[in-house]
Design a protein around this ligand. Structure first.
Ligand code: NCD
Length: 301
């Protein structure tokens, strides 16, 4: 595996199982026990869109495995892109400095374009409203750790299913499993068919389905993808998860969110033991460590 561009590279159960076993091992280790397979390696994080979790967890993962980081967090503004350099040229140059490039970019397909010209692995850390494969892997890892298995689950994805790249990747990653996926969204924000929308049963209200869900996967309405502020405002509070709604959810359900949240989960839900979104965010570190070990650290799957 040379690049991580989309989740269809992870349809192999053995690959996933190995990745998750290793992620769990790393999660259970003390920091001093971490191996240093990235010693002498440099990872570039090239982010043209805002990020907290994805960039910092990749950078922490690199540091903990003994590697070094070079980073541009507002690449559109602070890299030569501001002078008019193309993404392709920037990638050609950075791939001469680093052993891998973690790329976030506002355009769908940017990571694939980068991979075509890069001499080193490209890791897609989000390409516009397209894909976010490493998020989907940490999401699936979280479900697997907390529910014990994937098959048989009913998974509700809530919010902006049209523009949310995390739900696009997660739905595609779930294709080989025996799961029911319910897409809870206003019609204007339903899951597009080209993003595995055919796997998703669309509903516009959650009253009838909330009690059936094993996983409640909340998402932010993706303000930056809207052309009209008015339309964003009309849709932004479509679904707010609060203690009242939680009363109708299964006692065994888990509530996930890729974060950041901006009002769609009431902070009062945080004390509910079913709220796992902060653990989910922490899992990102271990899954990204396991991926970096395999991709750059010479630990082959
Ligand atoms: C998500 C993203 O960037 O797509 N954040 C993340 O990586 N955890 C979700 C979002 O921004 O809403």
């Amino acid at each position: 595996m040379a690049h991580i561009l989309s989740v269809d590279q992870f349809v192999d159960f053995h690959l996933i199982q190995r990745l998750f076993n290793r992620s769990a091992e790393l999660k259970a280790m003390q920091r001093w026990q971490y191996p240093k397979p990235l010693a002498g390696k440099v990872i570039a994080t090239l982010f043209y869109e805002p990020s907290t979790r994805t960039r910092l967890s990749f950078e922490s993962a690199t540091a903990l495995l003994g590697g070094q980081i070079v980073s541009t967090e507002s690449a559109g503004e602070f890299s030569s892109a501001a002078k008019g350099e193309t993404l392709e040229d920037t990638i050609r140059v950075v791939s001469g400095y680093a052993d891998a490039i973690v790329l976030r970019h506002p355009e769908i397909g940017a990571a694939r374009r980068a991979a075509e010209v890069s001499g080193v692995p490209i890791i897609n850390a989000g390409d516009g409203a397209g894909q976010h494969p490493t998020q989907a892997l940490l999401d699936l890892f979280t479900i697997y750790q907390l529910k014990g298995q994937i098959d048989g689950l009913t998974i509700g994805m809530v919010g902006d299913l049209k523009n949310g790249r995390t739900v696009h990747s997660l739905t595609q990653l779930l294709i080989p499993y025996d799961v029911d996926i319910v897409g809870i969204a206003p019609t204007a924000l339903a899951m597009p068919t080209n993003q595995a929308g055919h796997k998703v049963k669309p509903v516009e209200h959650w009253d009838d389905v909330i009690g059936d869900l094993d996983v409640i996967y909340m998402t932010r309405i993706q303000k930056e993808r809207f052309v009209s502020v008015k339309e964003y405002k009309a849709l932004k509070d479509s679904f707010v998860l609060d203690p009242n709604v939680m009363k109708r959810a299964k006692t065994s359900a888990i509530v996930m969110h890729p974060l950041p949240r901006v009002g769609e989960i009431d902070p009062e839900v945080d004390v509910d033991p079913r709220a796992v979104y902060f653990e989910q965010a922490r899992n990102g570190l271990f899954v990204r460590m396991a991926l970096l070990e395999q991709l750059i650290g010479g630990q082959h799957a």
